[in-house]
Design a protein around this ligand. Structure first.
Ligand code: HEM
Length: 427
């Protein structure tokens, strides 16, 4: 099914329907996934420092530097804020590049777009709203979902306006600078290597796309990208950190802390791509949490007028919506022994010591027919490379900088997992 062309079984038909339902204005527009596929993975070397810097700044703001007192945290909400900052630092940048680049237009943006509160609030508000309403699209009859759609579209419009107020002036400046360097040969400071620059370059190269339309769409592109960058990534990172905290400490958590400490110390706390690649114990923990925590699967729709016949003879008429069930495969006992158990060492070659085992089988960003957390085939997630580095770095920094524990406590009649953190005194 995955190898069939878009004209037979389509990713877009389904995605476009959701775009219309949400009122994003992006139906039929694959610009953002296409750009990310070409640019994001390629520019990874430069991004590691950016990821690390924003992870550290976020942790410092969220959890502070007190080495004495334990404090209670809302783990998921804190990781959500961290992911929102880190993802948007990568997507829209920070003052270091912005100040030298567009001083005149900055005004209130001197704190940096990636850290601009209005911008971040519009992203986090939108993605929270999306997480709450998406069930109405998938699980309710058409007449109910159509009613909800009106409200969802109004909310999308609200967040779009909030985001546009921040982002459009920067976009205009970038277009002007690119025009200057292309037409007048005026060489200014290099343009920041991030999504907005790529978006302008891409649009200028495509004669059928126009720049005023880009002003209308830029906020939509960012809002939609943030659904994956904030919600999906937070779900994955929160699962991994929680799985580690609930795990057998000596067997699973201690090796993660040891690897984080050793690797970060070895590079003098300035990790580069190869240092992150060496975090194999952390990678296995993340991959296992991604396997176990997968949410259902990914969607396609049959669009060939003659329908599609599967190898087992099942006939799918045109317009059939198909969910490729990652959940079903990840919990299939023929694929994974004891699939419900969280066991990051399940793929280890027992002849190699755990911290040297870099077998390809454990690569969390490499989709296969038995590992579908990032989808599979030509439409697999284009954010998977960067996010796999981002999550390894986040786990390493969290456990090397903070003591963190999860304790069952009685709140009312319920047993609740409460998470405590304290800055580690020795690093
Ligand atoms: C742990 C985090 C993430 C997970 C588990 C995840 C998973 C997925 C999955 C399952 C798909 C559908 C693939 C398919 O249909 O074959 C997808 C698509 C996509 N993801 Fe991610 N994703 C993550 C993070 C990100 C991030 C950080 C970004 C952007 C910066 C991103 C951007 C996208 C885009 C643009 C698509 C649509 C691709 C297309 O239409 O061709 N994802 N992701």
């Amino acid at each position: 099914m995955i190898t069939q062309p878009e004209s037979v079984i389509s990713t877009d038909a389904q995605a476009n329907d959701v775009h219309r339902w949400m009122g994003t204005g992006l139906d039929g527009d694959n610009t953002a996934p296409d750009i990310l596929r070409r640019k994001l993975a390629r520019d990874l070397d430069d991004k590691i420092e950016v990821l690390d810097d924003e992870i550290l700044a976020s942790l410092e703001d969220l959890w502070g530097a007190d080495t004495q007192k334990w404090r209670t945290i809302d783990l998921k909400s804190d990781l959500r804020r961290l992911n929102a900052r880190v993802a948007n630092r990568v997507l829209v940048g920070l003052p270091a590049c912005e100040i030298s680049y567009c001083v005149e237009s900055l005004g209130p943006l001197l704190t940096g777009i990636g850290r601009n509160e209005q911008y971040l609030a519009s992203m986090m508000g939108y993605t929270t709203m999306h997480a709450r309403v998406t069930l109405f699209y998938h699980a309710f009859p058409r007449f109910v979902s159509s009613l909800v759609s009106g409200l969802v579209r109004a909310m999308t419009g609200y967040y779009h306006r909030k985001c546009s107020q921040v982002i459009v002036p920067i976009l205009r400046q970038r277009i002007e600078d690119m025009n200057n360097s292309m037409n007048n040969g005026k060489k200014g400071p290099p343009l920041p290597s991030e999504f907005m620059t790529w978006l302008v370059e891409w649009t200028m190269r495509h004669p059928d796309a126009n720049l005023s339309e880009l002003e209308r769409k830029v906020a939509s592109h960012l809002l939609v990208l943030n659904i994956a960058a904030i919600e999906v990534t937070t779900f994955a990172l929160n699962s991994a950190v929680s799985d580690l905290l609930r795990s057998d400490k000596d067997k699973h958590l201690a090796p993660v802390i040891k690897e984080a400490d050793t690797t970060l110390r070895r590079c003098n706390f300035h990790p580069e791509k190869d240092d992150v690649r060496d975090m194999v114990v952390i990678e296995r923990a993340l991959r296992e949490s991604l396997r176990r925590g997968v949410q259902v699967g990914f969607m396609r729709q049959v669009v060939a007028p003659q329908g599609l016949e599967l190898p087992d003879g099942t006939y799918l008429p045109c317009k059939t919506k198909v969910c490729i069930s990652a959940l079903g495969i990840h919990f299939d006992e023929d694929m994974y022994k004891d699939p419900r158990t969280w066991n990051p060492d399940r793929d280890l070659d027992s002849s190699i010591p755990p911290d040297q085992n870099k077998s390809d089988v454990t690569m969390m960003n490499r989709p296969s027919e038995t590992y579908l957390s990032f989808g599979l085939g030509r439409r697999a997630c284009p954010g998977r490379y960067i996010v796999s580095y981002q999550m390894r770095l986040a786990v390493a920094q969290i456990f090397s900088r903070y003591d963190i524990k999860m304790v069952k406590e009685k709140i009312g009649k319920k047993d609740v997992d409460v998470v405590y953190v304290r800055r580690r005194s020795v690093q």
